[in-house]
Design a protein around this ligand. Structure first.
Ligand SMILES: Cc1cc2nc3c(=O)[nH]c(=O)nc-3n(C[C@H](O)[C@H](O)[C@H](O)COP(=O)(O)OP(=O)(O)OC[C@H]3O[C@@H](n4cnc5c(N)ncnc54)[C@H](O)[C@@H]3O)c2cc1C
Length: 403
C-alpha cells in the first residue's frame, strides 16, 4: 500500500497509524509488519520525508554499552547485535546492507572520586550483562591513549567492544525499505490534530488529506511528542534541547583509532573520517525554540576548544570545517525513554523522550512496541522500566550517563 494507493483509493482508516517517520517510527513499522506477517494495514505519517530537522538525521550516530541503568545496557546490546548482523536481521535490500559500523569504543573520563565511584558501579552492572567495559587508572589510560593528558583523571571507563558509530540514515532507509516491502504505507502529511473519547483514540487530522481513523496510534514524533499528546489533553515532560555539533580539522591529531571520548570537563569528541566531531552541553541548557536550528558557533571557542586542548595538546591547531544544530527530545523528568501504552488511552502507544540516545535504541524499542501491540506484553526485552505510568506518577527513573 503506497501513499498514492492510500490517498487515491480514498482510504480513511488503517489498523495502525505511526505518527512520525524518523528512526523510531520506521523501526516500529518494520517490526509490526514483520511480526504480524503483514496482516495489519499500517501507515506512517511523516511531515517532512527529507528529514532535514529530525533528530535522526542530525545525530552523531553512536552506540555504547556504558549506561547507568541496566535496561539501557540491554537495549544497546540488542542494538549492536542488530546493527552488526543487519543483513540477517532485515534481509538483503536493493541498496545493500552496509551500515559502516566502526567499533572504536567509548571512553568516559571522571575527574573526582565521586565520578570514579559512579563509573565503578556502572562498570560492575555493565559487565554482569556481558558488556566488555574496562576500567583504566591513570597509568593504564596513558599507556592506552598516550595523546591524552591524564594528571587530573580519577578513573576512566573504556568499552573495548560493541561501541562505536554507524550510518544513521542508512539504518533509517533500511527500516523504511523493509517496511515498504512488507506493505507499510508512507504518507507525506502533517498531523494537526488527534481526536478521541472515553479512552479511545478515533482519528488523526491531517493537513492535506482530511482525517484518518486509527485502530492504534503510535506517537513517534520526536521533539513534537508533547504537542501530539496535548491534542488529547495529555501532558508529557519532553522538550526540544538544542545541541550544536562541530566538524573540525586538526592536522596534528592523527589518532584514527580514537574512541568517542566523553570528558568530564564538558565536551565529547570522536573521529569522523580524517576529521573529528565534537559537541558540548550549552551553558544555559533549556527548552529550545522548535524552529531554531542555528548552530551556536561561539560554543567551540568558548567551551570546547580550551577543554579539548587541555586534554589533548595535539589539538593545538584546529579549524572548524562546519557545524550543525539538532534537537534532543529531552525528557526533563529523568532523561530516559518513555515507551509503552498510555494508561489513559487503550490504543495509544508512546516512543518518546530519548534524550540523546535514541538512535541506538531504535531496533530494540521498535521491536518492543510491536510486541506490546501484537501480544499485549514485551517478549524479547522487558521495557517496563520505561513505562508511561512512571511519568504520569512523577517517579523518576534517572539515567546518569547522559551525553
Ligand atoms: C546532535 C545530536 C546527536 C545525537 N547523537 C546520538 C548518538 O550518538 N547516539 C544515539 O543513539 N542517539 C543520538 N541522538 C539522539 C537520536 O538521534 C534520537 O534520539 C533519535 O533519532 C530519535 O528518533 P525519533 O524517531 O524519535 O525522532 P526524529 O528523528 O526527530 O523523528 C520524528 C519525526 O516525526 C516527524 N513529525 C513530528 N511531528 C509530526 C506531525 N505532527 N506530523 C507528521 N510528522 C511529524 C518529524 O518530522 C520527524 O521526522 C542525537 C541527537 C542529536 C540531536
Amino acid at each position: 500500500m503506497e501513499q498514492d494507493q492510500l490517498t487515491e483509493s480514498g482510504e480513511t482508516g488503517v489498523d495502525v497509524v505511526i505518527a512520525g517517520g524518523g528512526i523510531m517510527g520506521c523501526s516500529a513499522a518494520f517490526w509490526l509488519s514483520r511480526l504480524s506477517d503483514r496482516r495489519l494495514r499500517i501507515c506512517v505519517v511523516e511531515q517532512d520525508p527529507s528529514h532535514k530537522q529530525s533528530s535522526t538525521a542530525l545525530s552523531v550516530a553512536s552506540i555504547r554499552q556504558q549506561f547507568s541503568k541496566s535496561i539501557n545496557v540491554k537495549i544497546s546490546r540488542f542494538g549492536i547485535e542488530f546493527i552488526r548482523n543487519i543483513q540477517n536481521q532485515i534481509g538483503k535490500l536493493p541498496g545493500g546492507n552496509d551500515l559502516a559500523l566502526r567499533e572504536n569504543g567509548y571512553l568516559l573520563l571522571a575527574g573526582t572520586n565521586a565520578g570514579a565511584q559512579r563509573l565503578r558501579q556502572a562498570h560492575a552492572m555493565q559487565q554482569s550483562l556481558g558488556a566488555q567495559t574496562m576500567l583504566l587508572e591513570q597509568n593504564a589510560l596513558k599507556d592506552r591513549f598516550p595523546w591524552l593528558q591524564v594528571q587530573d583523571i580519577a578513573l576512566a571507563s573504556f568499552g573495548q567492544k560493541d561501541e562505536g558509530w554507524f550510518d544513521n540514515m542508512g539504518l533509517l532507509q533500511m527500516f523504511r525499505q523493509a517496511a515498504r516491502q512488507n506493505g507499510v504505507a508512507f504518507l507525506h502529511d502533517e498531523i494537526i490534530g488527534v481526536r478521541g473519547s472515553k479512552g479511545q483514540v478515533h482519528d488523526v487530522k491531517l493537513a492535506q488529506n482530511g482525517a484518518l481513523s486509527v485502530g492504534t496510534l503510535i506517537n513517534a514524533t520526536g521533539t513534537n511528542a508533547r504537542t501530539m499528546l496535548q491534542y488529547l489533553g495529555e501532558e508529557i515532560p519532553v522538550e526540544p534541547r538544542k545541541r550544536t555539533v562541530f566538524q573540525i580539522d586538526a592536522p596534528n591529531a592523527h589518532f584514527p583509532d580514537a574512541p568517542l571520548m566523553v570528558c568530564h570537563t564538558g565536551f565529547y569528541l570522536r573521529p569522523e573520517g580524517r576529521h573529528w566531531l565534537c559537541a558540548t552541553v550549552p551553558e544555559d541548557d533549556c527548552a529550545a525554540d522548535p524552529h531554531d536550528f542555528e548552530p551556536a558557533l561561539h560554543e567551540f571557542e568558548d567551551r570546547i576548544w580550551p577543554r579539548l586542548y587541555a586534554r589533548a595538546p595535539a589539538f593545538d591547531a584546529v579549524k572548524v570545517l562546519s557545524a550543525w544544530a539538532g534537537h534532543y527530545a529531552y525528557n526533563t523528568l529523568d532523561q530516559n525513554a518513555i515507551v509503552g501504552r498510555h494508561p489513559n488511552w487503550q490504543n495509544l502507544y508512546l516512543m518518546n523522550g530519548f534524550s540523546g540516545h535514541g538512535l541506538q535504541q531504535a531496533p530494540a524499542v521498535g521491536r518492543g512496541i510491536a510486541e506490546l501491540i501484537l501480544f499485549n506484553r514485551f517478549v524479547t526485552l522487558d521495557l517496563a522500566d520505561l513505562s508511561v505510568d512512571r511519568i504520569l506518577e512523577g517517579r523518576a527513573f534517572k539515567e546518569g550517563h547522559i551525553i
